[in-house]
Write a protein that binds this ligand. Structure first.
Ligand SMILES: [Zn+2]
Length: 285
């Protein structure tokens, strides 16, 4: 039974959340429906992380849940801020509505947001400010669904602003945007799960935990697969990798990176603050 669950859980969860979204869209407010999708996805993943754990030593502890929830809280704010900003820009530009049937507009929207996300994510793995922001997501040394939330709010702001902004500027309708962004949200939690999902052929169609664990590998040559939702852009741009197992995840020289929520938030700005202090000292002397 466990072996069958490992292969069927991912497609079953996607089918279930899609059904909830289709049935609920015309009857429930989008915000409530999104919350329902999130709760369904996380409940399912939390139970499977107990039933079929990939690594028992990666179990989410109570203190992990508390710490990751702080990121969830601040990132809800960052997400809303980016939504307001992107919507304001789109309203100012007043784009023409794109007239595509829904069965084409949703795949198009998924491809587009994943391309934008891919570019930002790949750029964030180069040394510099973007990496200091993004490294917060790579410091955990274990993966499970809830630590998908461990992201610096600037990371969330950037991704949300450019991904949503691109959909709005092209004039895609609200139903398309809801389905495409909800699919991405569900997929991002799934790709971080510690449940031992076996992707099989899915590893070439959508983002799976097997692919995304490699992205979190300490080994630079394994830390590819920049898209957690669909692997297409990784395949086209030569950053796709499939391996059954990953040994160690996290960052090189972990001691150089901050520990804890507040230190992580401050981390990208520490160098800037140091430079300003030196500059002020020079002026005063
Ligand atoms: Zn990354």
């Amino acid at each position: 039974m466990k072996e069958v669950t490992k292969y069927l859980a991912h497609p079953f969860l996607l089918a279930m959340t899609l059904l909830i979204a289709i049935v609920g869209y015309d009857h429930i407010a989008p915000f409530v429906l999104l919350l329902l999708l999130l709760i369904t996805t996380l409940t399912f993943l939390f139970l499977l992380e107990i039933y079929i754990p990939y690594r028992p030593d990666w179990k989410m502890l109570r203190r992990d849940f508390k710490e990751d929830s702080k990121y969830f809280g601040i990132n809800v704010v960052a997400d809303n801020l980016a939504t307001i900003t992107a919507t304001s820009v789109a309203m100012y530009l007043a784009p023409e509505a794109m007239s595509l049937p829904i069965y084409l507009s949703i795949p198009f929207a998924v491809l587009l947001i994943e391309l934008v996300g891919y570019i930002i994510h790949r750029a964030s793995h180069n040394p510099g400010f973007l990496w200091q922001v993004h490294s917060v997501h790579h410091t955990p040394e274990k993966l499970y669904a809830w630590n998908n939330n461990v992201l610096h709010p600037i990371n969330v702001l950037l991704l949300k602003f450019f991904r949503l902004g691109s959909l709005l500027i092209l004039g895609l309708d609200s139903k398309t945007i809801f389905f495409a962004t909800s699919f991405a949200l569900v997929q991002n939690y799934i790709s971080h799960t510690n449940a031992d999902f076996k992707g099989g052929v899915l590893n070439y169609l959508i983002g799976t935990p097997e692919l995304h664990r490699l992205h979190h590998s300490v080994k630079k040559e394994e830390a590819l697969n920049y898209s957690g939702v669909i692997p297409l852009w990784d395949m086209l741009f030569g950053s796709y990798l499939y391996k059954e197992k990953v040994e160690t995840i996290g960052v090189h020289n972990r001691s150089q990176y901050p520990i804890g929520f507040l230190s992580s938030l401050k981390y990208p700005f520490l160098n800037k603050v140091r430079k300003i202090k030196v500059w002020m000292k020079n002026i005063q002397s």
